[in-house]
Design a protein around this ligand. Structure first.
Ligand SMILES: *Cc1c(COP(=O)(O)O)cnc(C)c1O
Length: 431
């Protein structure tokens, strides 16, 4: 499969090249040249397929013959080595739990899949590739865990000092081996600027092969569509209209859901649920896309003021506003409402949600008031333990560490402090 740049000024590339490059040379996101719906027979009988078989069917056309089928199947198996349960919450409201992976946030699937694709493409290289990534929290842990031990790949993660949770910091600083963490005295934006500088620094690029692992990479974006197939597979009543509410920040996850719909999965409606960062709800209300500086909230993985994947969503709808508006609703909620929702879910449904999942739940409540005859699923994108300092004071209950967290929480943090780009550059060149 070939991919074109959405800025349309760079040449088309193979899947392999798109994965290695991340972003096209004209700074556009890559998009598949064609999208062919899956057979009705497959969709109708989806409950009889294993998760691996579903994933293979869904992603095969986007890779073509660039990874041999048995290798691709092995990559899928290793990527999906945990459960994706659908859990009942209230009448016609369910949640799809995406936090059962090694770092307990949904980004595990994309990071694991991308790491293994890159490992395959690099299998015969003598030279090493360095994956450079900035994180505000969840991405760093998922990338660290996903890429751990992948041959010929070094990973360097920049995170803002004292601005990630303790669990998140341990997940990205304790693994060792091919994973290095840099603790930046500054904000997430400072980390991201340094990473951008590195990708523009010709004197650095001439000495090493750098690649990024952020959510615009197609190998992180595409496998996220699996979630929607896995949820649909588990529904007992497939005749009632299906609605997904997706807590959204960069809109990669929901965009993958929309791709699943394009492949034939019968999804009636998408809800992009978000916090005070309301660029998309505003866009759908006014038809004007106005990026803004991000606002800090308690659901901080969605603190994005210019969602990078939204351009892919528009492309899926041929940039036709009315068609998009038909399939996508979007609502914004305050931190106060988010805390109320967490408390309601705990008291009335005996369910502990993280702040992002709670925002997803709120989206469904708003939608169902007008559209009662639907079955709605919100995605629970992270385990509440990842946002302990927000969740515990709301529900007045302490949350036990799951085994994945216990395994890292007492390990020693290993991170090199840096302050500026020159220090990043000399770190990269000396490692
Ligand atoms: C990254 C993340 C999101 C946002 O996902 P996008 O694909 O960027 O929209 C939501 N919730 C959690 C917990 C995340 O880590």
């Amino acid at each position: 499969m070939n991919y074109y740049s959405l800025h349309k000024k760079a040449s088309n590339v193979s899947f392999k090249e798109a994965v290695i490059r991340g972003l096209a040379p004209d700074k556009g996101l890559y998009f598949p040249e064609s999208i062919t719906p899956l057979s009705n027979e497959f969709i109708t009988n989806i409950s009889s397929y294993s998760n691996e078989a579903i994933a293979l069917q869904a992603i095969q056309q986007f890779i073509g013959d660039e990874i041999p089928k048995p290798v691709l199947l092995e990559i899928i198996k290793e990527t999906l080595c945990f459960d994706f349960p659908v859990v009942d919450i209230e009448n016609e409201i369910k949640t799809l739990e995406l936090f059962h992976g090694p770092t307990m946030a949904f980004k595990d699937v994309g990071a694991r899949f991308m790491a293994r694709c890159l490992g395959y493409f690099n299998r015969n290289n003598q030279e090493e590739v360095t994956v450079l990534v900035a994180t505000s929290g969840d991405t760093g842990g998922a990338v660290a865990s996903g890429f751990l031990g992948v041959k010929n790949v070094n990973v360097v993660i920049l995170y803002p000092s004292k601005k990630v949770s303790e669990v998140q910091e341990k997940q990205l600083t304790t693994l060792g081996r091919n994973i290095k963490a840099l603790e930046v005295s500054g904000t997430f934006d400072d980390c991201q600027k340094m990473v951008k500088n590195a990708f523009l620094d010709e004197s650095l690029l001439s000495k090493m092969q750098l690649t990024s692992a952020n959510s615009i990479n197609i190998a992180r974006w595409l496998p996220q569509m699996f979630y929607f197939f896995f949820a649909y597979k588990q529904l007992t009543n497939k005749n009632k209209k299906v609605v997904f509410s997706v807590p959204s920040g960069n809109y990669g996850n929901i965009c993958a859901g929309m791709l699943a719909k394009k492949l034939g999965l019968p999804i009636h409606q998408f809800i992009a649920s978000t916090n005070a960062n309301d660029v998309i709800p505003e866009f759908l209300a006014t038809q004007e896309y106005r990026p803004k500086p991000s606002v800090q909230t308690i659901s901080n993985a969605m603190d994005v003021g210019d969602p990078s994947n939204f351009i892919r969503i528009q492309q899926l709808y041929d940039n036709k506003f009315d068609a998009l508006k038909n399939d996508l609703h979007s609502y914004s909620y305050t931190d106060y409402q988010t805390r109320e929702a967490m408390l309601h879910l705990y008291k009335n449904c005996n369910y502990i949600a993280d702040p992002h999942g709670a925002v997803g739940y709120l989206g469904i409540k708003t939608y169902q008031e007008e559209n009662p005859d639907t079955q709605c699923i919100f995605l629970e994108t992270a385990h509440p333990v990842k946002f302990l300092d927000v969740v515990e004071p709301v529900i007045h209950k302490s949350i036990e560490y799951p085994p994945q967290i216990k395994a890292v929480i007492d390990k020693k943090k290993q991170a090199s402090p840096i302050e500026n780009y020159e220090q990043l550059k000399s770190f990269l060149l000396s490692n």
